[in-house]
Design a protein around this ligand. Structure first.
Ligand SMILES: [Zn+2]
Length: 131
């Protein structure tokens, strides 16, 4: 389970300062998945792996499987960027009782259908721990 913790008292400027780009967003997911930056292979649980040049994917030194911080989570294989997911999570937790798919679609610059799908995934499967 990938538990996402975002502070709800963060305004949008603070969010953008904290997660200005895709790398910062990916680092956020990696930090939530692996403690102390110790990447664990989801297949064999080995903790030795090499990082690809893209800074995201890893290859396990033991079983040679390729994985990233989202492997084994409901976001595995997503074609939506990490930053868009993180922004969707921010809006889903910040704007209570809930953000509309229309607003999310405009903010994330995705289709309304994609925004609706993202919200459905976030509401149904992803553990959102709000502090
Ligand atoms: Zn492995």
């Amino acid at each position: 389970m990938l538990v996402i913790v975002l502070s709800v008292d963060m305004n949008l400027k603070q969010f953008n300062d904290l997660y200005p780009d895709e790398k910062a967003s990916r680092d956020f997911f990696a930090s939530r998945k692996w403690k102390n930056d110790e990447a664990i292979c989801p297949r064999c649980q080995d903790d030795v792996s090499s990082l690809f040049a893209d800074g995201w994917r890893r290859k396990c030194s033991n079983c040679h499987s390729i994985f990233n911080p989202l492997t084994g989570t409901i976001l595995q294989g997503t074609r939506i960027s990490g930053r868009r997911w993180l922004l969707a999570i921010y809006f889903a937790t910040e704007l209570k009782p809930g953000v509309s798919a229309t607003l999310l679609s405009e903010v994330l610059e995705v289709t309304p259908v994609t925004a609706q799908r993202m919200l459905r995934i976030l509401k149904s499967k992803l553990a959102l721990e709000v502090k």
